[in-house]
Design a protein around this ligand. Structure first.
Ligand SMILES: NC(=O)c1ccc[n+]([C@@H]2O[C@H](COP(=O)([O-])OP(=O)(O)OC[C@H]3O[C@@H](n4cnc5c(N)ncnc54)[C@H](O)[C@@H]3O)[C@@H](O)[C@H]2O)c1
Length: 353
């Protein structure tokens, strides 16, 4: 088995997960890393024993002989680096959200398809065993026709210092700034939309409202970052099936660290997936007796999770694409754009693609 020569672009918090995972994959060799901050790139290379580090993505691509890469930069750099990597014939695992607009992700998808290489987006929660089992149950008609959906993604890092003081970390600050394409909607909204649409199907129309609340800092600006991106969003959706849904997320949800919950109600029953209860557990209420007496069963899914990192490497070796691909990344971006449009116009927005 030939080694896969691998590069990591972006050497911040999340990149450590990519490097560690790839190091543990059989015959994957971390060849180079890149960050626009030299100190970050150098420290990352030392930490993960990567032989070469760069501050210019194009220079890395020109000088190194590579097969695949992870793009783990802040969101605005996903598109230019993906396009350059496909041009060099690399397989690309890109962080979420895929890009900063659906016009941009459309271009990325086109380049991915034209390259003939593997392309995946790190919607990490897509690999939850409970989610796949829920999908099977719905496909098998266990809860019947879906009527109603409720989904939330709750964090509390603005309300408490549970994850450290947000004032101290650039990784929090760029997420709060519109200029840096931050905001709850794009940051974690994309994850809960993947979760929801996998089980409830595609969205046909939606409405959304977003809010940015006062953070108690002068002129709403901190360390050069204007803190004007949304902290909370709430949306309503009508799915292709006709079902209705409410989807929301916030960084102000005290009592929750990183909680994804999805409840799906059909005409024959209901199911609930709640990350706080475990990624391999599913609550199900089906059958006349159970429904009449409001009884829920807990299903323990025994199929182990295969993380996206392993599936990406598997897809390169097998030549068989695995989801979520750039197609999924683009579809989610269309929803995010529609939410922004609705939030600005106050109107219901139809999904055209
Ligand atoms: N899948 C998940 O669950 C998950 C979790 C956390 C973060 N993320 C995603 O990972 C990405 C990085 O997030 P993070 O928390 O590590 O942020 P971070 O701020 O800690 O790291 C981003 C790094 O990218 C570097 N960078 C910016 N532009 C660059 C460019 N053009 N070339 C090279 N380096 C560049 C920055 O200097 C920084 O070091 C984001 O897209 C984020 O949405 C995904």
């Amino acid at each position: 088995m030939d080694p896969i020569r691998y590069a990591v672009f972006g050497c911040g918090g999340m990149a450590n997960g990519h490097a560690s995972r790839m190091k543990s994959e059989e015959n994957v060799r971390l060849a180079a890393c890149c960050d626009i901050l030299p100190a970050a790139a150098r420290a990352f290379a030392e930490r993960h024993q990567i032989p070469a580090w760069y501050t210019d993505p194009q220079e890395l691509l020109d000088k190194e002989s590579l097969d695949a890469c992870s793009i783990v930069t802040s969101d605005a750099a996903h598109a230019p680096i993906s396009l350059a990597a496909f041009k060099k014939g690399l397989h690309v695992l890109c962080e979420k959200p895929l890009g900063v607009s659906s016009a941009e992700t459309k271009t990325m998808l086109k380049a991915a398809r034209a390259s003939g290489r593997m392309h995946m987006v790190n919607f990490s929660y897509r690999s939850y065993p409970a989610l796949e089992r829920g999908r099977e149950l719905i496909r098998d008609g266990v809860i019947g026709r879906i009527m109603h959906v409720e989904a939330s993604y709750l964090q509390s890092w603005l309300a408490t210092d549970h994850w450290g003081d947000w004032r101290e970390k650039p990784a929090f600050l760029w997420r709060m700034s519109r200029k840096h394409r931050g905001g709850t909607l794009v940051d974690i909204g994309c994850h809960i939309l993947v979760f929801t649409t996998l089980l409830a199907g595609n969205v046909r129309t939606l409405t959304a409202q977003t809010r940015s609340f006062d953070k108690g800092v002068p002129r709403n600006t901190w360390k050069g970052y204007k803190l004007d991106a949304d902290d909370s969003f709430a949306m309503t959706a009508q799915f292709d099936t006709g079902a209705l849904g409410v989807i929301h997320a916030s960084r102000w949800a005290s009592g929750h660290s990183n909680a994804l919950r999805l409840r799906v109600f059909g005409d024959k029953g209901a199911l609930v997936i709640d990350s706080e209860g475990g990624k391999d557990k599913l609550q199900v209420c089906t059958g006349d007796f159970q429904r009449r007496h409001l009884l829920w069963n807990t299903l323990h899914v025994t199929t182990p999770e295969v993380p996206i990192y392993s599936r990406f490497i598997r897809s390169i070796r097998s030549g068989k694409a695995e989801s979520p691909t750039f197609e999924d990344g683009h579809r989610i971006q269309v929803y995010l754009d529609a939410c922004k449009e609705s939030s600005e116009s106050g109107r219901i927005v139809s999904i055209k693609e």
